[in-house]
Design a binder for this molecule. Structure first.
Ligand SMILES: *Cc1c(COP(=O)(O)O)cnc(C)c1O
Length: 455
């Protein structure tokens, strides 16, 4: 496949010998024959044997316009011949300026101060530190705590694990973490209240949140939330009005609202940013995954003048935000991000996306008939299909059975790559996937669910 004579077997062997994969039990991995991807083409990934797979998870939720999109490739090539990297510590650089200005035109009103970093975890780590230091500067040093949600995921660094709420990932590290005040997750099926409907659950969770704020509000710097949908928690969709309610409570109790739009940003929910669905303007917003269309690592923590100005002062006041990453504002990534935003417009992506969102909803509705499909949750062009051992009681498959993983392994035989979240099968294709490809993707997943759960 590539221009060397290295065989697939050699690549697989060297992978197992040298590469430690993320979120992966390597003992299982070493027993399998890993697929080695060597090329990408639109919604397709192509392996070293020439087999094609639909990219059902948009390469970890990043891909927007498809793989190797000509215009993006050209923007990257043009930039690399001008400047590959220059630091933002002590220097400004062209592409980071142009991108920030461009982003200011699409982020919620008032959010036009852009602090660059290079991945979702750092964007959120920055958000948390920024909120904390902001409270110090405005004379509220007692506001040290954060309100977080159950099932939340904000990244894998220690600060972001602290504000996370997925025990299977996070519990091991508890002795290293700072404590937060955890509010119940605004999703019926998981909230343990046994609510009658998601709307009731939303109200219950808001009341619980209000009670927490009443008690702890004055000690809190901010609240951290994934707007509209908790992604890694299992595509847990919040009922309408919830996000707005959270915004109102943050205002009433003086907490900064930190919206983690790392997964939801850049069109995934059907609008450019999830907060737009509820006309919510957070105080701090983290964006990353889709920002550079899945090409390069890039992230931004965006905030308003009020937060920004609290950090201004005489040098000796030490109000400086002492935080920064080496590859901050990388020109290659920024150039691709700029071109990606141009393509959003040129392709009318947010409009054409709507028919694919409807098509996905239709395909998901069909799955409700299947005997082992429990809850199905969709938010824009993202969905989670929960597999259950017993549909009437919603009893989940024991996690040791790896049902979700087995469905995704089966899907490969149908030319589909997906990766589950526990027993939830994830649908998260490139935004630019064609309707035909979306049908193929759903055909493959449906067949695989039937095959594995029918055993
Ligand atoms: C993926 C994700 C992150 C972490 O981003 P990384 O680039 O993997 O560090 C943070 N928040 C949310 C909501 C995410 O989905």
């Amino acid at each position: 496949m590539s221009d060397t004579n290295i065989t697939t077997e050699q690549l697989q062997e060297w992978d197992k010998r040298y590469v430690w994969h993320p979120f992966t039990q390597m003992q299982d991995w070493e027993r399998e024959e890993p697929i080695v991807i060597v090329r990408g083409e639109g919604s397709w990934l192509i392996d070293s044997e020439g087999r094609r797979y639909l990219d059902g998870v948009a390469s970890m939720w990043t891909n927007v316009h498809g793989h190797c999109r000509k215009e993006l490739n050209e923007a990257l090539k043009a930039q690399v011949d001008r400047l590959e990297h220059s630091t933002l510590l002590g220097l400004a650089s062209e592409q980071s300026i142009l991108l920030a200005r461009r982003l200011a035109g699409i982020t919620p009103p008032g959010l036009d101060r852009f602090f660059y970093s290079d991945n979702g975890s750092t964007a959120m780590e920055v958000a948390v530190k920024m909120a904390f230091q902001y409270q110090v500067h405005r004379g509220r040093p007692e506001r040290t705590r954060f309100i977080t949600f159950k099932n939340a995921y904000h990244g894998d660094t220690l600060g972001t694990v602290s504000v996370g709420g997925i025990d299977i990932y996070h519990a091991t590290f508890r002795p290293l973490l700072f404590e937060t005040i955890q509010a119940p997750a605004p999703y019926c099926y998981r909230c343990e209240h046994g609510c009658a409907s998601p709307a009731v659950c939303g109200m219950q969770c808001l009341s619980a949140l209000e009670a927490l704020m009443e008690e702890h509000g004055p000690a809190c710097a901010g609240l951290v939330i994934e707007p509209l949908v908790q992604g890694a928690g299992g595509m847990l969709v919040q009922p309408p009005g919830f996000l707005r309610g959270v915004r109102e409570l943050c205002d009433r109790y003086g907490l900064l609202m930190i919206a983690d739009e790392v997964a939801t940003g850049f069109g995934r929910t059907g609008r450019m940013f999830a907060c737009e669905h509820e006309n919510v303007v957070p105080d701090i917003m983290a964006i990353s995954k889709g920002i550079a269309a899945g090409y390069l690592p890039l992230a931004v923590t965006v905030t308003n003048d009020q937060v920004y100005n609290a950090f201004r002062g005489d040098y000796a006041e030490l109000k400086t935000f002492f935080h920064g990453h080496t590859f901050t504002g990388n020109p290659l990534a920024c150039a691709v991000a700029l071109k990606s935003l141009e393509l959003f417009e040129r392709d009318n992506l947010l409009e054409t996306l709507q028919t694919r969102i409807i098509r996905l909803a239709e395909r998901l509705a069909r799955l409700t008939q299947l005997p082992h499909v429990g809850d199905i949750r969709q938010c824009g062009l993202a969905a989670g299909i929960e597999l259950v051992e017993d549909k009437s009681t919603r009893r989940p498959y024991p996690w040791e059975l790896k049902t979700g993983i087995r469905v995704c392994l089966e899907a490969r035989r149908h030319g589909v790559f997906s990766r589950p979240l526990g027993n939830t099968v994830v649908v998260f294709p490139p935004l630019a996937i064609t309707e035909d490809e979306l049908e193929l993707l759903m055909d493959g997943l449906e067949r695989s669910i039937v095959a594995v759960t029918g055993e």
